[in-house]
Design a protein around this ligand. Structure first.
Ligand code: PEP
Ligand code: MN
Length: 337
């Protein structure tokens, strides 16, 4: 439930309220907004508990959260969450484009691609070191070697890096090298993995599952937030439909729906939705127009020789032209890029 505190609440009263909630066996999440402090209490929402909180000094009102997701809901936190990744902000007026190759393949290609996306105006670099491939016989990623390349390229370019995790046993290793941990579509409901990354202090990029609803995506985000990590970026990356002309169908309606339901930033990955590089630009433009907070785009310095997802990877020159077009659209919808 949400406990809205009076605007003149004292620190002593806040401490007492928090203490009472804990003693009642509920978990406390404090959210200090500009005007009001809101306390989220997760657990028993019975009338008895609500009444015992309503009487506490400093409490204005107690409201049950009707949605199955609580901490990530707009009810819990009405204002947008802005996630700061070493000065790069996701969720504010400025849009962020995260770009880079599907997989980290070698240092030279990663470096070349990183320089080009930085030049084009990207704030973050992506690259997979542990790859969730449909076939066990295709390139599975370089593992720790790939993570080392990401860190080296970050040191040279200054771009914070994003990489995917597939196994909770890799958390410590991945945290040593990268700035944002990605949970891929195939692991969106790997609840053990969600719980474990929720215990880290790294921002989490959570991609929507191939056959998951927006509500299920929010429930997965709630798993992460429930562990104390509320720095979560949601990503629409296309879902499975009967259409075969594209790899997945980009569900653009997910953007306004998620923005209505949650305070978390929402970005769009047109690359894995389209499956073809020439469809990426129109989908990216539509995503910015509909209100996405950013994009995740696969860019490769030499897509023809890429070890994964070359068909959907943009060449740096085409990507740079797209960024110029996106700037105009961002401007038209009151955002910057
Ligand atoms: C990726 O980002 O490289 C990836 C594998 O994405 P998804 O989990 O959306 O398929
Ligand atoms: Mn990919």
């Amino acid at each position: 439930m949400i406990i809205v505190l009076r605007s003149d609440v004292s620190q002593e009263q806040v401490d007492h309220i928090v203490d009472r909630i804990k003693k009642l066996g509920l978990t406390v999440h404090l959210s200090r907004g500009k005007e009001r402090t809101i306390v989220g209490a997760i657990g028993d929402e019975s009338a008895r508990i609500q009444e015992s909180l309503e009487v506490l000094p400093g409490v204005e009102k107690v409201m049950p959260i009707l949605k199955p997701f609580k901490l990530v809901s707009r009810e819990f936190k009405p204002e947008d969450t802005v996630i700061d990744i070493e000065g790069i902000k996701i969720g504010g007026v400025q849009l962020q484009v995260i770009a880079g190759p599907c997989s980290v393949e070698n240092l030279a290609i990663l470096q070349e691609t990183a320089e080009s996306v930085k030049e084009a105006g990207c704030g973050l670099l992506r690259g997979g070191a542990f790859k969730p491939r449909t076939s066990p016989y295709t390139f599975q990623g370089l593992g720790e070697e790939g993570l080392k390349y990401l860190k080296q390229v970050k040191e040279k370019t200054g771009l914070p890096v994003v990489t995917e995790i597939m196994d909770p046993r890799d958390i410590e290793l991945i945290c040593k090298y990268v700035d944002v941990i990605q949970i891929g579509a195939r692991n969106m409901q790997n609840f053990r993995l969600l719980t474990e990354v929720g215990k880290t202090n790294k921002p989490i990029l959570l991609k929507r599952g191939l056959s998951s609803t927006t509500k299920e995506l929010l429930m997965s985000a709630e798993y992460i937030a429930a562990e104390g990590n509320d720095r979560i970026i949601l990503c629409e990356r296309g879902i499975r439909t009967f259409e075969t002309a594209v790899r997945n169908t980009l569900d653009l309606s997910a953007v306004p729906i998620l923005k209505r339901e949650t305070h978390l930033p929402v970005i769009v990955d047109p690359s894995h939705a389209a499956g073809k590089w020439d469809l990426v630009a129109p989908l990216a433009k539509a995503a910015v127009a509909i209100g996405a907070d950013g994009l995740l785009i696969e860019v490769h310095a030499d897509p023809e020789n890429a070890l994964s997802d070359g068909v959907q990877s943009m060449k740096p020159s085409k990507f740079s032209a797209l960024m110029d077009d996106l700037r105009k659209i961002a401007d038209a919808v009151g955002r910057s890029l």
